[in-house]
Design a protein around this ligand. Structure first.
Ligand SMILES: Nc1ncnc2c1ncn2[C@@H]1O[C@H](COP(=O)(O)OP(=O)(O)OP(=O)(O)O)[C@@H](O)[C@H]1O
Ligand SMILES: [Mg+2]
Length: 455
């Protein structure tokens, strides 16, 4: 590259106040054309003003050579296409967060696993696992395995605060929750992480696989608006306010278009893998600063585990790399193809036990019908269905006659010639519905109709 660029007419440089030059992380956010221009200007300035302490930016030799300096790295990520090691600087990752994007099978979960394994024991980690894929991580590295469906939102909030206070690495397994439950859980948990008191602001990587489930773009979720809003709010908060509080999100998603824009806009580091849909390729190209034709040529052809790395945390950026191996068992692979077992229809019928499924469906239907009733009606039906209901009715009739006085409990059974156990059951039933007032103790115990029930 021999061209010497003195001044871009649309961006004149004022040398009156010294030379201003973007920092490496600002550089990474420029478009490729601007970045190239900035590099040429920097090298020229260094030439003209030798004492100028500029970062050591290398001029790109050819179009797809890595641009920018080779930075330090303390996390081993994999190898570039040229078989050079490529890594991450943990501190810069904490500052700039990361988004891993690619189609299904591109290797996102594998990449998260690699990052988790390479940083385990060096910094606190929180893993949000919507599919229950990361269990083996907690078995090998000792992350506390939390089954989110066993905790309600209040308990999850307390858990979040405790995790911050004690710097415990946890795996939040959400695989048993439905989509709405997952959103509610994440809202409560993340809010507690972000709102922890200043004394608990420690560095912590928060890995979120399938992040679009928690922070979907626009109407791309069936969850109620309020649930969706609070989940998105919590993820955005984690990504924005979280930084100063030591929380760095490392998120994976299949499609940028499915992730809330406000979440993606907080990212400074990107790993973009195989993409096949036009819209995804265009969005990915914008993200990594590739022109569309190059993106359409290369992104669909990437193999699982191949990613384009862009951002200040990578030791080379941009660069195409193959993410390295993992230690723990990865469950993301599709099952092997095998022919089905050869079963006769009797065995199949036994195994499927269809009759009992039909019965269970019928019972569920009855229950669903019941639940569909308004709550008041449901309560009345439960009251009438109770075996103690007829005696309770008689008791109310007798007590109404005695109003405002009542009757000694001990006198009721002999007085009405009813079995004492049945009287006791009727009293319990009426008490459940708040129909009775009790006075005295033991032998003297008496009941009357509750004041609010008197006409
Ligand atoms: N770096 C890698 N090295 C070797 N094989 C890989 C690598 N990354 C992914 N693979 C292979 O690709 C498969 C799919 O990877 P992974 O489960 O990470 O995909 P994914 O992007 O998370 O897909 P999904 O969106 O469907 O969850 C893995 O099971 C593994 O066989
Ligand atoms: Mg995955």
């Amino acid at each position: 590259m021999n061209a010497t660029i003195r001044e871009a007419p649309e961006r004149p440089i004022s040398r009156a106040f010294g030379t201003v030059f973007p920092k490496p992380d600002q550089m990474a956010r420029l478009s490729p054309a601007d970045r190239r221009l900035a590099l040429l200007l920097a090298n020229e300035a260094r030439h003209e003003i030798p004492e100028l302490a500029l970062p050591n930016f290398a001029t790109p030799e050819k179009d797809d050579a890595p641009i920018g300096q080779v930075r330090s790295a303390d996390v081993d990520l994999g190898k570039t296409e040229q078989d050079e090691a490529i890594g991450l600087d943990l501190a810069r990752l904490l500052d700039g967060r990361m988004l891993v994007q690619g189609a299904s099978g591109a290797g996102k979960s594998w990449t998260l696993r690699r990052l988790i394994e390479q940083t385990a024991g060096r910094v606190q980690q929180i893993i949000v696992d919507p599919e229950g894929e990361f269990r083996s991580i907690s078995e090998t590295y000792g992350h506390f395995h939390v089954e989110a469906h066993k905790l309600d939102t209040a308990a999850l909030a307390v858990l979040g605060a405790r995790v911050r206070a004690h710097r415990i690495s946890v795996l939040l397994d959400m695989s048993e929750l439905d989509r709405e439950g997952q959103m509610q859980a994440i809202a409560a948990f993340f809010e507690a992480l972000v709102n922890a008191p200043r004394t608990h602001w420690h560095a912590c990587l928060v890995f979120v696989d399938e992040a679009h489930l928690f922070a979907p773009f626009g109407g791309q979720s069936t969850a109620a608006t309020s649930v969706r809003r609070s989940a998105i709010g919590a993820v955005v908060d984690l990504m924005s306010r979280g930084r100063k509080r030591g929380l760095a999100g490392v998120l994976a998603t299949q499609r940028l278009a499915r992730l809330a824009k406000s979440v993606a806009s907080e990212m400074h580091n990107f790993l973009v893998g195989m993409n096949t849909l036009d819209l995804d390729i265009r969005r990915a190209a914008e993200t990594i600063g590739w022109d569309a034709s190059r993106a359409f040529d290369r992104l669909p052809m990437l193999e699982p585990g191949d990613f384009v790395a862009v951002g200040p945390a990578f030791s080379r950026s941009p660069a195409v790399l193959r993410v390295g191996g993992v230690v723990t068992h990865h469950r993301g692979a599709r099952p092997e193809i095998e022919p089905p077992d050869d079963l006769d229809s009797k065995t199949a019928a036994e195994l499927l036990d269809l009759d009992s499924l039909i019965d269970a469906t019928q019972a569920d239907d009855d229950l669903r019908e019941e639940n569909a009733l308004v709550p008041g009606l449901r309560a009345v039906r439960a009251f009438i269905r109770d075996p103690a209901f007829p005696i309770a009715g008689r008791l109310i009739q007798e007590l109404r006659r005695l109003q405002p006085n009542g009757a000694h409990v001990a006198d009721i059974a002999p007085g009405l010639s009813i079995d004492p156990a049945e009287v006791a059951a009727a009293i319990t039933l009426l008490d459940q519905y708040g129909a009775l007032e009790f006075m005295g103790e033991g032998e003297d115990r008496a009941i009357r109709i509750e004041k609010g029930m008197c006409q």
